[in-house]
Design a protein around this ligand. Sequence first.
Ligand SMILES: NC(=O)c1ccc[n+]([C@@H]2O[C@H](COP(=O)([O-])OP(=O)(O)OC[C@H]3O[C@@H](n4cnc5c(N)ncnc54)[C@H](O)[C@@H]3O)[C@@H](O)[C@H]2O)c1
Length: 404
Amino acid sequence: MTERNENARIGLWLIGARGSVATCTAYGLAGLVDGLLEPVGLVTAREPFAALDLVEYDQFVLGGHDVCTRELTRSAGELVAHGILKPDLVTSCSARAAAFESNIRPGILDDADVGFADVDPDSMRLGSLAPLERIEALRADFDDFEERHGLERTIVVNVASTEVVREPREEWTSLELFESALQAGESQPASTLYAYAALASGRPYVNFTPGLGASIPALAELAQRSKLPYCGNDAKTGETLVKTVLAPLFVARNLRVLAWQGYNMLGNRDGEVLADPLHRQAKLKSKNDALRKLLGDPDVHTHVGIDYVPSLQDWKTAWDFIHFEGFLGAKMSLQFTWMGSDSALAAPLVIDLARLAEFSARRGEHGAMKHTSSFFKSPIAGGTHDFHEQMRELLTYVERHRRR
Ligand SMILES: NC(=O)c1ccc[n+]([C@@H]2O[C@H](COP(=O)([O-])OP(=O)(O)OC[C@H]3O[C@@H](n4cnc5c(N)ncnc54)[C@H](O)[C@@H]3O)[C@@H](O)[C@H]2O)c1
């Protein structure tokens, strides 16, 4: 079935439902449905995406998992205090926010996560179950959500805290090995269990975070077996977005980049998590890989520093210094600074990706959604990091699938 049923209701399930990105997504979507917001920052709201017959904002029903007990109104209050959410919007959309809150269920803690201040005791209990039992619990939540709301399908989007980086494991290389490891009760990163639960139960999966999620070959195989689309990893919203716009300029003009230094300051909870070196590693990897591949120089001197600066709150600030060489050996530099509200940049992309994943699923597409690479720092489908080329790929997809 490729025609959109205007009366169908579509689930948007957010893992990390009480976090800043999820909260901005929920209030943002409510504001769009109620006509209180313009769709600024939503890629799919611009032309030519109207030609795609994407699911409308008011068709989405929100639900999600989280491992903490922070109420959504508290997350919203923090974002109001940070100057991201407008108090009027929060007041006007309180009923829709309460409906979302009633669909939030305890998630599964990652084994490597310790020390969450407000951890949900139910998540602690779920986290102590065998991996297959955890997957069963997640699936039961998805099923119950769909049943209660009469949903046609649910898109699962992971916007949970950045996970620690793990050494690659052999069992991730094939579905058979991964499923044997699950049977044997071997512990796995929470993001892979969420992705497994979604893909094994017929739900497309979007990995908005740098965590492994569906990016391991075992889960690529599962997506193929289940005939489902998936995409990720780590949304490209700020400094890396600018990098992947700028780097092609140096390549095009044959200017030699000698060094590309970046320094990021984050003040939100994500910044607090990234203050831990093991969590930070995942973010640094996706940032550095993109630049090296774009410049075609695996040895280019590049370094990204990330520091947690609480007073900045959600206003992530980045400074980049690019040292480069031109004709005659002349050495020059370019510097830029970027100050963006992390969550306000991320939330519209969550909605875009949910709309695009729903469209792909409706058309019966399966595998990594290559056309969404412009949204990610480490596109699962591989390919170029050049933002301009990635956008061309997306627009070509739209052209190919436009309503006739
Ligand atoms: N904001 C951006 O511009 C941006 C860009 C790219 C990626 N991201 C990623 O999005 C994610 C969310 O960012 P945020 O600013 O909303 O962070 P946040 O800390 O405000 O929210 C994360 C939420 O995830 C929950 N969580 C942690 N472990 C979980 C688990 N195992 N299961 C379910 N929930 C869990 C936390 O309790 C928290 O409520 C981060 O991984 C971040 O790196 C954000």
